[in-house]
Design a protein around this ligand. Structure first.
Ligand code: 1CP
Length: 346
């Protein structure tokens, strides 16, 4: 397919561009009245995720609204536990909840994994195909999955948590069990991402949202080997972005896993990240989402400062997802500031 805008793919591959691409984590969602209007007519979040035509519609809304340089498929990281045999419920305003969780060897043995589990997510692949057809090369389409540690955290804990103490307990008390579960999540994730790429995803992001809950030693033991394996098995098919929130301490190891792009949260400064990753990997991020509560002039100033600090090989994004009560006009200011920027010729 002829891409009209392939800035994101170029930066991921290390090719020169005249300005950085920009997209936002959680760009599809409640910030947009057209999303809220559609969502009101449905039974809930899952109906939207599981209906390819509607998922495609909300995936494209931010491209139409703000002219962002990429679309990210509307889905959730929790479809993987569900495909493996642990269905999730999305309670309005309370977040996800799993009626059944993983606490023992027998619980793990009952799970489905690999291609068989990935094969249950046909609605995601259909949504990617419909979206890809409708985008028709306007911007690249991003696929995604949760990183194995973050998925384990939900499967063991059963819901969101500030500490994920039950999940962390498994790492300390029953490390072999945790590794067995991480293996099964990893083989499912590899099959899932390969299917996404075959269905139209041109680049994929791994969300390790709970990376920052682990010590450096635990992160090396329980997250890195699985991220490495996913990068190794997927990189031949499409570039991989790793976003490991709070994992500033693991930047060198993350770079060694050899993703095309590393996403940064706002706690990491770009200069340190550039040094730690050896300058050979594209960086994505990292404006504090709360900065978009500032007035437009302040947003322009903060965005300009960020652009100057990253230099080239940068994909502009927030340091985490957009909050639902941020004004869409402020998002527009952010996107337009990036799109008006030009790298100085060297
Ligand atoms: O009804 C609603 O609108 C529910 C809100 C919502 C939305 C819009 C949830 C519940 N998930 C999503 C979509 C979603 N989730 C996307 C869509 C694409 C886009 O970015 O536009 C993506 C990429 C995700 C990924 C996701 N889900 C992550 C990783 C990113 C992150 O925020 O760190 C995580 C941790 C989840 C779990 C999840 N799903 C929903 C919520 C509220 C949560 C977090 C729960 C918690 O705090 O533990």
């Amino acid at each position: 397919m002829k891409m009209q805008n392939d800035l994101l793919l170029k930066v991921a591959k290390g090719e020169p561009v005249s300005r950085p691409p920009v997209w936002l984590m959680r760009q599809a969602g409640r910030v947009l009245p057209q999303y809220r209007a559609l969502r009101e007519k449905l039974s809930g979040f899952k109906e939207l995720v599981e209906t390819p035509d509607l998922a495609a519609e909300v995936t494209i809304q931010p491209v139409d609204e703000w002219g962002v340089d990429a679309a990210i498929i509307f889905s959730d990281i929790l479809v993987i536990p569900e495909a493996m045999g642990l269905p999730y419920e999305m309670a309005e305003a309370k977040g996800p909840y799993f009626p059944a969780t993983i606490r023992s060897e027998a619980d793990i043995e009952r799970l489905i994994s690999g291609e068989e589990a990935a094969g249950r997510l046909g609605y995601v692949y259909d949504a990617l195909q419909v979206t890809s057809r409708r985008l028709d090369g306007r911007v690249p389409l991003i696929g995604f999955a949760g990183a194995p540690w973050t998925i384990l955290a939900y499967m063991v804990e059963g819901k969101g948590s500030k500490t994920f103490g039950i999940a962390k307990k498994m790492l300390y008390a029953e490390p072999a069990l945790a590794h067995r579960l991480l293996e099964r999540i990893t083989e499912t994730t590899v099959a899932y991402l390969k299917n996404q790429i075959r269905s139209g995803a041109q680049i994929v992001q791994l969300f390790d949202s709970w990376a920052g809950l682990l010590s450096p030693a635990q992160y090396s033991a329980f997250s890195m080997p699985y991220l490495e394996r996913i990068c190794r098995e997927i990189s031949g098919d499409a570039p991989v972005i790793i976003f490991a929130k709070g994992a500033w301490f693991a930047l060198r190891e993350l770079a060694d896993a050899n993703p095309a792009v590393i996403g940064l949260d706002w706690n990491t400064d770009p200069e340190t990240a550039r040094t730690e990753t050896g300058g050979r990997i594209a960086l994505q991020g990292n404006l504090d989402p709360c900065a978009l509560y500032a007035d437009p002039d302040e947003i322009r100033k903060l965005t300009g400062e960020m652009l100057a600090r990253f230099g080239s090989r940068h994909i502009v994004n927030l340091g985490h997802g957009l909050y639902p009560d941020i004004s869409r006009e402020n998002v527009r200011v952010f996107v337009e500031t990036v799109k008006a920027f030009e790298y100085q010729p060297v």
